[in-house]
Design a protein around this ligand. Structure first.
Ligand code: CTP
Length: 403
């Protein structure tokens, strides 16, 4: 039998919810896959499942008391847990999510979380109204921003008798998230990745500018995921409202010319360039020093000049870098994107249909098609931008290994 998680150490954090029984099944599945499992429980979790159950399944003492009678032998296990490959908190109650988001550490689970340096997955489980609570959602966003993976809850019948979103993901889904995270861990170590993100901004005068609707979310998600998979990441960003991803070196710019200069300066030091930026195609011919005034009812005519095509300049300067472009199209998606891939001499292009509602610009989700140099077309379903980032990085990883 193949045991894909052999040699991997996983911390399973259990907080107090009725779904704690699913954590029992998850620990069994993890052990079955070969992982060494260390369980940490909150006081409330013990109301639902006993530490003995997890101890019997994992073969290790369960960490469930900060103070008290846990022996020095179990302290050794706590140290081992701190150095584990991954931590998954399932079920994560609104209370534990709040503690993790705010750095509180007053029980074994939150204490271990605050001392844990590896990747963390959090699988929330709560009543649907609690899940919708703005404070809970804010805490989830905070954790996501810090690179914590969220295994979204499912819709269905809840413990309180209502039906809604808030049920802990099924153990198989939790196992799948653990597997993916562990197998991707450090797979990009040693790789130097350059990412561009966001819109460009071309000034007209001291108060006005031309820009576009790009939020930068896709590029930031790629930068964050690449870094969490071990890559050394430089992010060249146009103006966005996003928090800089942890551990990524961020270079800000506004105009196409500035972005182009930064990309060309950093190109020789990178192995992969991912151009998610929505680069403005036109810029005002000249920037007025003073604010442009109205002149009665006269229309204002702007003269716009095409900007430099950054990827075209990259094609002339690149050596062995793998170059990925994005294509925002409103018609003939595959054909237009394939033409762009060829014209810009790309290895891979990510195409999306900007006319489809609810995805793309500003959204946390997108539905994209990946096209490679050999015209292989892969259509992905509707996914979060973080999920798309990981799949794109998987494909880049494969291309680099089969060159
Ligand atoms: N791009 C670039 N320099 C530009 C414009 C775009 O490097 N001046 C890059 C984008 O970052 C993206 C790819 O080229 O990776 C495709 O961008 P897109 O705006 O879809 O294509 P354009 O080349 O601008 O062509 P068009 O707008 O006519 O579709």
């Amino acid at each position: 039998m193949i045991r894909p998680l052999t040699g991997k150490k996983v911390v399973l954090g259990v907080s107090g919810g009725i779904a704690a029984y699913k954590a029992v099944e998850l620990s069994r599945l993890l052990v079955k896959e070969g992982a060494e499992v260390y369980v940490v429980m909150t006081e409330n979790a013990k109301q639902f499942v006993t530490p003995l159950t997890f101890e019997a399944l994992s073969g290790h003492p369960v960490y469930h008391e900060i103070f008290g009678s846990q022996s020095s032998a179990s302290m050794e296990h706590i140290r081992a847990a701190e150095n584990a490959d991954l931590m998954i908190v399932a079920p994560a109650t609104a209370n534990s999510i709040g503690k993790m988001a705010h750095g509180l550490a007053d029980d074994p689970l939150s204490t271990l979380f605050s001392a844990f340096a590896g990747p963390v997955l959090v699988a929330p489980a709560m009543n649907d109204k609690m899940w919708d609570n703005p404070a809970v959602q804010e805490n989830i966003r905070t954790l996501k921003k810090r690179g914590v993976g969220i295994v979204d809850p499912e819709a269905g019948e809840l413990a309180c008798g209502t039906v809604g979103l808030g049920r802990l993901a099924e153990p198989e889904r939790l196992l799948e998230a653990v597997r993916k995270c562990l197998l991707r861990q450090s797979d990009l170590a040693g790789l130097r990745v350059l990412v561009t993100a966001g819109p460009t901004r071309e000034p007209l005068d001291p108060v006005r500018f031309i820009t576009n609707r790009s939020s930068g979310k896709m590029g930031y998600a790629i930068a964050r995921q690449a870094r969490s998979r071990g890559a050394e990441v430089t992010l060249i960003s146009g103006p966005t409202h996003l928090e800089p991803p942890f551990g990524v070196s961020l270079l800000n710019c506004q105009r196409t010319g500035e972005m182009s200069q930064l990309v060309l300066d950093h190109l020789p030091q990178c192995d992969v360039l991912i151009m998610t930026a929505a680069v403005g195609d036109f810029a005002p011919e000249s920037v007025q020093k003073e604010k442009i005034k109205k002149t009665g009812e006269e229309p204002l005519v702007l003269n716009l000049q095409p900007t430099q095509d950054i990827l075209k300049a990259v094609a002339e300067k690149k050596s062995n870098q793998l170059i990925v472009g994005f294509a925002a199209e409103s018609a003939n998606l595959v054909q237009s994107a394939t033409e762009k891939l060829q014209r810009k001499q790309l290895d891979l292009i990510v195409a999306n249909d900007i006319s489809a509602p609810g995805i793309g610009f500003q959204s946390d989700n997108n539905q994209v098609i990946l096209i490679d140099r050999h015209a292989k077309v892969e259509s992905l379903p509707l996914l979060t931008k973080v999920e798309i980032a990981d799949i794109l990085l998987d494909r880049i990883h494969t291309q680099l290994n089969t060159r």
